[in-house]
Ligand binder design. Structure first.
Ligand code: QUE
Length: 340
């Protein structure tokens, strides 16, 4: 049987096989339904001691959510389908984060957005030297979600997670470990032996045999002090001001360059969301704040326009409105999150 997601029990492991390779496993409603049903059915099943999540594609683990489909629903006047999609995706993220059994994700290649959401809340995030990760939502007029704005700042720091979200920084394997997105590294040549050991032996033995170290150091870690000095502020206006006066001009110009495609409203909303979630006390509370922002953002023209520019026409020429940071009304996002 081959489906967009295959789920089965092998020995004492519940297996989730992401299998929509043509869309790089970007998660659609059907995939989320299947994953949630599997997690539900295994939670009290004594045969299942652990859950293993991997991709059948050698190009990557999961490129995100199926935002193309959400855009189409919105444009067809069925925004309720988008609301349902994000509501249920975030319920899946919460179920993963609170699962009473180990959840092991094996990541080889790309993982972005919703792909981080299906992996980072589990107990073990095992990556290969070919893994790379990012939160790319600024380019599509959306906001980081799937629990990243809650989990990311607890795995690293508020400033680091805000930097990752606002710049879409492409994390290397060493960056992923340093930022707490990944927990272990293995060589991609050992991928099959590693998963076989998990399925037929034990997780502990698999890690004992195959866990290694990244081959290079973390570039992100090297920027930690500059990031803490600039991205720890509580609004985009203050972050921007501190970037303007920061002495490390190469850090500042790199940051500005990475933000070249960012929707101004998305950036302002993201900083508000990060700060709101610095006070959240559970993943569910963090996801609730993201959901408020998410359901608002998909109703704004920037979302349809951003997805068009990045994923439909692929011209990367989005015309966002407002087009400049000065025109964004920060209080609108603060009010949504009751931060005002
Ligand atoms: C922001 C996003 C996504 C993105 C790019 C962004 C996203 C997503 C994909 C994606 C990438 C390759 C595919 C695909 C989807 O890209 O959520 O089907 O083949 O799924 O800037 O949020």
């Amino acid at each position: 049987m081959s489906h967009v997601v295959n789920t089965f029990i092998q020995h004492s492991t519940g297996v989730v096989e992401l299998n929509r390779p043509k869309a790089l496993n970007s998660l659609n409603q059907e995939m989320i339904d299947i994953v949630r049903a599997a997690l539900d059915s295994w939670i009290d099943d004594d045969r299942v001691e652990q859950v293993l999540i991997y991709s059948t594609s050698d190009r990557g683990f999961c490129a995100g959510g199926d935002v193309r489909a959400v855009r189409e629903s919105v444009l067809a006047g069925d925004v309720a389908a988008g609301d349902r999609y994000f509501t249920e995706e975030f319920e899946m993220n919460d179920a993963l984060g609170n699962y009473p059994k180990p959840i092991i994700s094996v990541i080889n290649g790309v993982v972005m957005g919703g792909g981080l959401g299906i992996s980072m809340h589990g107990s073990h995030r095992v990556i290969t030297e070919k893994a790379f990760a990012s939160m790319p939502e600024m380019a599509i007029g959306y906001v980081p979600d799937v629990g990243f704005t809650y989990f990311g700042q607890r795995a690293s720091s508020l400033a680091i997670a805000t930097f990752l979200a606002v710049t879409g920084w492409r994390m290397s394997p060493a960056d992923m470990l340093w930022a707490g997105v990944a927990t272990h590294v293995i060589d991609s040549e050992n991928l099959e032996d590693f998963t076989a050991e998990i399925l037929n032996g034990t997780l502990a033995a698999a890690l004992e045999k195959f866990a290694t170290q990244p081959t290079s150091s973390s570039e992100l870690a090297g920027l930690a002090s500059q990031i803490e000095e600039t991205f720890g502020h509580s609004s985009w206006e203050l972050i921007d001001a501190s970037l303007r006066s920061h002495p490390d001009t190469s850090f500042v110009s790199k940051t500005r360059e990475l933000m070249f495609l960012a929707a101004p409203a998305s950036v302002v909303a993201t900083v508000e969301l990060m700060h709101s979630n610095s006070e959240a006390t559970t993943l569910r509370e963090g996801l609730d704040n993201e959901l408020v922002m998410s359901l608002y953002m998909i109703r704004q023209p920037d979302f349809a326009e951003g997805v068009r520019a990045v994923l439909v026409d692929k011209d990367r020429q989005a015309s966002f409105s407002p087009a400049t940071f000065e025109e964004v009304d920060e209080s609108r996002y603060a009010a949504l999150l009751r931060r005002s």
